[in-house]
Each structure stands twice: as C-alpha cells, then as structure tokens.
Design a protein around this ligand. Structure first.
Ligand code: SAM
Length: 673
C-alpha cells in the first residue's frame, strides 16, 4: 500500500463481528465485538427506539399530518439490525394517511449477515411481517446503494459504506435524521465533522434529528454544520440525549454550496406535476418506467405503435448478466448495482420464477490470459462469493451439469428472463393504459405536453421516451447508434436426437451465450453488428451463432452435429447503443443551449458556472440499453420515476450523473469537439 486512501467504491464491505448476549434470559441481542458496544438496549430495544428516535423527531404527529405527494424521508447512520427503520415503518403504518408514502435511507459500514439478521429479529415477533420483507431482499455485502421495496408505500435504500462518505454521495433530501451508530467514545471515526456537513447538505428545510448521545464533540460538530440542538431527558438510565433541527439559514463555514457546484449541468430540473405521464415505447425500458411511475400514483399512458416488446426486448429468453471492466469504473459500478437491483426486483415481481430464473451464469475463460484477467477482476472488486466467484473446470462441470474443461467466473444470482412475459406483466400494472398508436408530433403547452397520436391526441403532464433506436428520430442531439443482433433457436425435439442432447443447468457465456433449454428449445447467440439496422433474419448469422455455440459448449455442439443454419429459427432486432456504452437515463437536455451555455469549457475545462443545465420541462429519456437492457432498464426506470416524484435516487450521485443524457455534450466540449 502506498498510504493513499482507498476510494469508497473499492472498499470491500466486511460483515459485522458479533457475539450474542442475553442478560435476563428473554431477549437475545447482538453485541459488536469489533466496537465493544450493543446494538440496542437488551432491556427494551423497541421502547428505546420509540423514545429516542421516533418521538424525538415527532414522527407520530408529522406522519399523521403528511399530505405531500412526495414520500416522507428518514435518514439514518448505522442500520444495524434495522430495528429503528422498522419501528419508523410501523409508526408510519399506524399514523400516516392512506395515500402517504415513506422513504427510508440508512447507511451501514458492517452489515449483518442474513443469518445474523434473522437471528436478531427472532426477538421481535410482533414485527415479523416487516422482518420478513427485509430478510427476503437482504442484499449481499457490496458497497453502494441497494434499493428494497418493503411494501407498496415504503422504500428502503441501504447505503453500504461509511456513513459520512455515503451521505456525501446521496442524491436526495431528508426530513428527519436518526443519528445512531455506536457510542462516540467507541466509534469516534463515524462522528466526524464530514458526517454532519453531509447531513446538513442533504437536509430538507426544517429537517429534524435525534440522537442518544450528548458528547461534546458531537454537539460542536452539529452546531458547526448548522444544526440547532437541545438537551432533553434520555431513555432509561441515560440522563440526557439531543434533539434539534437544521437551520437552513445558518451561515456556517461547514455548509457547502450545492453538491453539484462543479457540475451544475447535472442539476436536476425542479419537480412538476406528474398526475398523468405518457411513456413512449413498450419494450423493457418503457414498461419498467411505466410500472415504476404507476406504483407511485401517476396515471400512465403507455404508447407503442406495435405490440408489447415488439422490438429489441422481444427475444424469447435474454441473459441477465453484464460483463464488467476488469477495474471498477463508473459504468461497471452502475451495471453491478443494476444486476443486484434487477435480481431483487424480479424476485418480487415473480417469486415463483415462472418467466425468469436465477439459475446462475458461468462466464467462461476461453482466450489466452482470460483466467489471469478474471483473477485480477476478482481482486479489484472484492465481491462476496454469493455475487461472483472463481470456478475451476471441475466445479464448472458440476455447476453447468455438462462436461466443460474451462475455468469460469460464476455469478450465482444471474440467469435469464423471458422479456416478453416480463414486459406484459409490467404493462398490466394497475394505473397503466396501453395505447397502440404512432406518435405524430409533440407540442409544449402551458401545463404540459400535447401528443398527436394517429387520429387522436393526448394531453399529459410529462413524457418519457423509451424508444430504443427510434429515439434518433425524436431526440435529435442524443448520440445513438443502431446495433443489429440476431439470436438462433434450435428445437430439441426427439426427431432431432434430443435423447443425446445434454442438459445445461446454468447460462454460459464467453463471446456469445447459450441458455439452459426451455420448452424444448435451445437459444443461443447473439450477433453484434454496429450500424446495421436491418432486422431480417440471416442464415450467415445463424452460422456464426452455431460456431460460437461449438466453442462454448463442445459436447452439446457434438450432439447437435450436422445441424445446419437452415435448422435454426431465430430473431433479429435492432438495439440502441450510446458511444460510451452506458444507457441514457434522466431529463432531456436542451442540447443547443448546453453547447452555448458551456462553450467556454472548450478553452477552460476548469471554468465554474452558476447556471444549471436547461432541460425540456417534463421530458425524460431511458434508452441506449444496448444488449444489456434486461439488467439496466429496471434501475434506470426507478431512477427516472424517483426523480419525477421528487424522491431520493437509487444510486450514488456520481452514478446518476454518469447516466445523464447530457453527459456527452460536456465531455465533447471539454475535448474540444
Ligand atoms: N440503528 C441500529 C438498529 O436499529 O439496530 C443500531 C445501530 S448499532 C448501535 C450501530 C451501527 O452503526 C452498527 O451496525 C455499525 O456497524 C454501524 N456503523 C459503525 N460505524 C459506522 C460508519 N462509520 N458508517 C456507517 N455505519 C457505521
């Protein structure tokens, strides 16, 4: 080590080190051996949470009075067992009006394992419903944001990492803070000034806080960041604790300017009404954004000139997987977050796995140097084996259920999805109306947008474009490249010798991929032809896919020997790709204005600006998902719906910015293009 701090996204997340203690024989509670401190009072943890955090933030009254369309948002340092957050959820259920929503954000440096969490929750049978929702979706120990939908009205964002660092990267605002964490004397590193500054920057006007401690340096840190505090009686034997609120007018040195001071172009547009939203395009990008909006109460008209999933999302089986760069970068961090999010999201949508499977995926090492590259990848990312692990040829053979003499990376959570079934399921979300029509024109009105649709028209508050490669037509200025891809299908019926065809238990991929057979069909592919927008099926592409299948799975290729391209059926479609291969997800920039407003960047890349980027009011885009849309589109949908509904983002700020549809303009200006 050269002494340089490890950037937060490179830090491996280590689980909590625990001991289990029972004082009076009834409640068994975790105790941190690393910090030498308790997670909660063994006498009455729930009562302590209610007293310290719930009542001292006035949550029962504030939640009962909550009438905003956006969710009430609570932020916490130190998720631990989740007792505080779950009690806040129970308080919300007991007090808030039916249409209110709750957003919970909690940071955690050393998450409990799932088993430890389950053990801790055995102490609270009355909260077993909430505990089950948490346990079902408990994420692996991976740094970054993990969004869990606890129920229809409640979201929990778990930010794994150090609290100050996570809150510094938070793209969202908080109404009430639970300042928890082990005692400042045992964990001074957490309670540092940067934490209070990050909290101040993420506070809504009038945000309150409560904490069990009264330590002098905590009081001073809070004051310096612009929080007013007062001492109030503490819980049980504790004499005092602190409660207070953030003073938005506090002229403190610690209060920094906007988190996007250096990149004002990414400043999001102000919220506007979203009662009725049109989503153009009924592929995975459009149906996922439509469902995310409808679940938040928007009325959605989902518009497509064809049927659901008629374009690039229409293959019968798609791999749930992305190949990541050997060293973490913004793009690979996004795709990793997206893979984990999509897996959780699908498990909620289809718990019976009727139209998707998390059977696991093997990324085979084939070319010279691949094994060494895979090892470097694992060393750089430090991911838990439940996410990815190296497998030697014998393990690969066991996992695949077929003889394979190759090393591989095994992704146990990956697999495949039936995209058409998924898109249909999403389009059937209550609140979505499907309209089969071509978009003729779009005109801004005083209160939104008027869409000409065939012989009719529609007036909406906002519009989301999820139009794949056709986005080139609508979103002039957004660089999009068409990429043709063809898959091949072989039928494994007895007359084709299926008796000798080995089964396959995992998705295999290298240059191409092959899926476990489904309904007697073997699907493999796909070709990748940039700048080709012809979607007719080609025999030459079947031949290429068969050659790749033979490399991936020689035994299966042997048993299918003699199968000519003519024996294959298949499907070709045109995907949309961006020049940097990251999707576009966010508000639609006024491209020409950006080029004028920030032109000086061409001469002076360090120039600072005050004015935020201009965006077309109420226009959004989710496109350029390339061949990885099954992984990327659901998280992009969540991001767009969260922004439209003025909620915290499901990703760190720099990843939100990395997806911004205007990023290329700024990058090009800086490079002098
Ligand atoms: N709120 C928790 C509950 O409801 O169970 C109890 C929190 S426990 C007292 C303190 C938590 O803070 C532990 O889970 C610990 O791992 C976490 N923690 C300690 N230092 C941290 C840091 N720098 N950043 C984020 N979390 C931290």
């Amino acid at each position: 080590m050269n002494g340089k701090p490890v950037p937060p996204h490179r830090q491996a997340i280590r689980h909590a080190e625990l001991d289990w203690r029972t004082d009076d024989g009834d409640v068994e509670a975790p105790f941190s051996t690393a910090y030498d401190d308790v997670y909660f009072s063994r006498q009455d943890g729930r009562e302590e949470t209610r007293f310290v955090f719930i009542d001292n933030n006035d949550l029962p009254q504030r939640l009962a009075a909550w009438r905003e369309p956006r969710p009430f948002t609570i932020g916490e340092t130190g998720f631990g067992t989740g007792l505080n957050m779950v009690c806040a959820w129970a308080c919300f259920d007991a007090n808030a009006p039916a249409e209110a929503r709750l957003h919970l954000i909690s940071t955690e440096k050393h998450p409990l394992t799932r088993d430890a969490l389950a053990r801790a929750w055995r102490s609270w049978p009355p909260l077993s419903r909430q505990a089950a929702a948490l346990l079902d979706q408990w994420p692996p120990a991976v740094a970054g944001v993990h969004r869990l939908r606890l129920d229809d009205r409640v979201i929990l964002d778990l930010h794994f990492g150090d609290a100050a660092e996570c809150l510094d990267r938070l793209d969202g605002q908080v109404d009430a803070w639970f300042l928890d964490g082990f005692a400042p004397s045992k964990n001074p590193d957490m309670w540092r000034p940067e934490l209070f500054t990050a909290m101040a920057n993420a506070s809504r006007p009038g945000a309150t806080f409560a904490t069990f401690t009264c330590a002098g340096f905590v009081r001073r840190g809070l004051s310096a960041a612009g929080f007013r505090w007062r001492k109030v009686p503490g819980f049980g034997r504790k004499r005092e604790m602190l409660r207070g609120e953030h003073d938005p007018d506090a002229s403190t040195a610690a209060r920094t300017s906007s988190a996007r001071a250096a990149t004002p172009w990414f400043q999001p547009p102000p919220p506007r009404p979203a009662d009725h939203v049109a989503v153009i395009g009924a592929g995975i990008a459009g149906t996922s954004v439509a469902a995310a909006l409808a679940r938040r109460g928007s009325r959605v008209t989902l518009i497509d000139r064809g049927s659901i999933a008629a374009g690039a999302s229409g293959n019968p089986q798609a791999a749930l997987y992305v190949k990541m760069a050997i060293e973490p970068n913004l793009q690979s961090r996004f795709y990793l977050a997206a893979l984990l999010y999509t897996q959780r999201w699908l498990a909620r949508l289809d718990p019976e796995r009727r139209w998707w499977s998390d059977c696991g995926l093997l990324q085979l090492a084939g070319k010279a140097g691949d094994v060494e590259r895979q090892q470097r990848f694992l060393a750089h990312y430090q991911l838990p084996p439940s996410v990815v692990a190296a497998s030697d040829p014998s393990l690969v053979t066991t996992l695949a259920g077929v003889e394979l003499h190759r090393h591989a990376l095994h992704y146990p959570l990956a697999g495949w999805v039936d995209p058409v079934a998924l898109c249909r399921h999403l389009a059937a979300t209550p609140g979505i109306e499907l309209r089969q029509a071509g978009l003729g024109s779009l005109r801004e009105t005083d209160a939104g947008w008027r869409l000409a649709l065939g012989r009719g028209s529609l007036h909406v508050d906002q519009v989301v474009f999820a139009t794949g490669h056709a986005s080139r037509h609508w979103l002039d200025g957004l660089p999009i490249q068409p990429v043709r891809g063809q898959i091949s299908t072989l039928s494994l019926t007895p007359d084709c010798g299926s008796g000798t065809v080995p089964s396959l238990d995992r998705v295999l991929c290298a240059e191409g991929y092959v899926m476990p057979p489904r309904d007697g069909r073997l699907i493999f592919g796909a070709t990748f032809s940039p700048n080709d927008d012809d979607d007719t099926v080609r025999s030459s592409d079947h031949r290429r896919n068969l050659e790749e299948l033979a490399r991936l799975l020689p035994t299966m290729a042997e048993s299918l020997a003699g199968r000519s391209p003519e024996a294959c059926s298949g499907r070709a479609s045109i995907r949309a790709a961006s020049p940097d291969k990251t999707p576009y997800a966010g508000p639609l920039p006024e491209f020409d204005r950006w080029r004028q407003d920030y032109a000086v960047l061409g001469k002076d890349a360090k120039r600072s600006f005050d004015q935020p980027g201009s965006h077309y009011p109420g226009l959004w885009v989710s496109t350029a998902h390339g061949s990885r849309g099954m992984v990327s589109a659901p998280l992009c949908a969540e991001l767009i719906a969260s922004r439209i509904h003025d909620e915290p983002m499901p990703l760190e700020r720099e990843l939100v910015d990395h997806l911004h549809p205007g990023r290329r303009i700024v990058a090009d200006l800086i490079r002098g293009r």
